[in-house]
Design a binder for this molecule. Structure first.
Ligand code: HEM
Length: 510
């Protein structure tokens, strides 16, 4: 072998070793350059102002009341529409104006499309196995398509129309029955509305308004109220449980047994009840009795596991049962308090519907009713702070540099209380939507339904059920608050529920 050949051969033989070294070296230098540029960027970048807090815990103590939307809004008056806070070891960028919120949800979405869930939410959502809590990935795109095509999109809503009509008829006749038997006794509006919304959810999700179900794991039969508690009330309460280890991940080895046990039990109960409900419906389907339900569709599609199916069915149940109640209850509170607004709405309905009962077909001709609905979701937003988003690559918001690893809290309540955008934002005033600036048919007059790729999938259903119910209830009854009710404006929970259920005195209109 000559010298040249042996040198070339030696070089070739070295390639398997040399290549990784060379490529590794190249990547290492690229990494150093990238890191240098990124460090330089960080040093030169304008970061959002910080809300002063304590060492180690940051601003946690200032947030201990479970109403962060109000605290965030107060801080926005001092620090501006975008600022950062520290919750233990995490940095959270809080957005409080429509412009920066839209920038995060629309323009910069690709850098902020993942979620960071609390421990409780991770368990309760089976690690993001829901449309609303998943990251923006193929799973999300597929299941959102399923949800819109079968339950919440325009055509699907048309197919579920009879269930909504039924809901309103039932509420109306139950309220008439109450007034007939005890005319002077205040009505707990929530009892009636919540129960009917739950019925709508069960029909859309499972094909039947279930009255009871036998649950193997419990060895007993649960009533409809008990099913509601396990599927809706308990998880809503668990979702806002705070585990201090969420804020200090480096201490995650320290057990927090009582909370862990409570959340895991909620999850097990939910799974057991969902399994029982699905088992009953499978028996129906095996008998050849098809229904227009989400479960019927998912079973026929056959692309999801049993667990995924159960989570997605449960998602509709919990989402249908709560936010629309929150909105309608607050709207009826305001109308019962403001007799002038109630009278204006009644006159509008009389002019358009005459002696007919209001239906969904009338909605486009009732701008004041539309304004009542939108003003209510503006002031009493059922989703005051959007579940935290996670910044997975460096980005910019409101002219500030936002480093990867930050979390984003979009304070929708703050956006809708922004004095620069809304005159006297604390006031409930439907007329603000009637000055010609707003398109009556626009579902997004406020930020209440979010924006961009993750905008609310259920906005159409919420508007149809909310507006038709409000209209029909005012058409049929005169509403007056029970004495002492006016001051009951406190909220509770994940979705700004009225703390005290609304109590009203109803007088049927002649
Ligand atoms: C007045 C009533 C409602 C309000 C104010 C509301 C508000 C919102 C908001 C702000 C978001 C965006 C969350 C984000 O950006 O991360 C959202 C998402 C969502 N909402 Fe609603 N919602 C309402 C009713 C409903 C109803 C009735 C349903 C279903 C039955 C529903 C299902 C969903 C789903 C599935 C998503 C997730 C969409 C996605 O991530 O792609 N919502 N909602």
């Amino acid at each position: 072998m000559d010298v040249v050949t042996s040198t070339i051969l030696a070089s070739f033989q070295a390639i398997p070793y040399a290549t990784p070294v060379a490529v590794g070296g190249l990547f290492f230098s690229m990494f150093c350059v990238k890191k240098f540029i990124s460090d330089q960027k960080r040093r030169n970048a304008r970061l959002p102002p910080e809300v002063p807090g304590w060492p180690v815990i940051g601003n946690l103590l200032q947030l201990k009341e479970k109403k962060p939307h109000k605290t965030f809004t107060k801080w926005a008056e001092i620090h501006g529409p975008i600022y950062s806070i520290r919750t233990g070891s995490s940095t959270v960028i809080v957005l409080n104006s429509t412009d920066v919120a839209k920038e995060a949800m629309v323009t910069r979405y690709s850098s902020i499309s993942t979620r960071k869930l609390s421990k409780a939410l991770t368990v309760l959502t089976q690690d993001k196995c829901m449309v609303a809590t998943s990251d923006y990935d193929e799973f999300h795109k597929m299941v959102k398509r399923y949800l819109l095509a079968n339950v919440l999109g325009t055509n699907a809503q048309r197919r579920h129309r009879c269930h909504r009509d039924n809901l309103i008829e039932n509420i109306s006749s139950q309220l008439h029955a109450h007034v007939e038997t005890s005319p002077n006794e205040a009505v707990n509006f929530r009892d009636y509305f919540q129960s009917q919304l739950f019925g709508l959810a069960l029909k859309e999700a499972l094909g039947e308004d279930v009255q009871s179900v036998y649950v193997d794991e419990f060895g007993s039969t649960l009533s409809r109220e008990e099913i509601f508690k396990v599927l809706v009330l308990d998880p809503m309460e668990g979702a806002i449980d705070v585990d201090w280890r969420d804020f200090f991940p480096y201490l995650k080895w320290i057990p927090n047994k009582s909370l862990e046990k409570k959340i895991q039990q909620m999850d097990l109960n939910r799974q057991a009840v969902m399994n029982a409900l699905i088992k009953e419906q499978k028996k129906r389907i095996d008998l050849g009795q098809k229904q227009n339900s989400y479960l019927d569709f998912l079973l026929s599609e056959g692309t999801l596991t049993e667990k995924q199916m159960s989570m997605l069915i449960w998602e509709i149940i919990i989402e249908t049962s709560d936010t629309t109640l929150v909105t309608t209850e607050w709207a009826m509170y305001e109308l019962a308090k403001n007799s002038k607004c109630q009278e204006m709405l009644l006159q509008e309905i009389k002019n358009v519907c005459g002696s007919e009962k209001i239906t969904e077909e009338h909605l486009s001709e009732l701008p004041y009713l539309n304004a009542v609905f939108h003003e209510t979701i503006r002031k009493y937003n059922p989703a005051p702070v959007i579940p935290l988003r996670y910044v997975h690559e460096d980005t910019e918001l409101g002219g500030y540099y936002i480093p990867a690893g930050s979390e984003i809290a979009i304070n929708i309540y703050g956006c809708n209380m922004d004095k620069k955008q809304w005159e006297n934002p604390e006031e409930w005033k439907p007329e603000r939507f009637l000055d010609g600036k707003f398109d009556p048919m626009d579902l997004h007059k406020t930020m209440a339904f979010g924006a961009g790729k993750r905008a609310c999938a259920g906005s159409l259903q919420a508007v149809l059920v909310g507006c038709t119910s409000i209209g029909r209830l005012v058409q049929e009854f005169e509403w007056r608050l029970k004495e002492g009710e006016e001051g009951n404006v406190d909220t509770v929970g994940l979705t700004a529920r009225k703390l005290q259920p609304l109590h009203v005195i109803l007088k049927p209109r002649t």
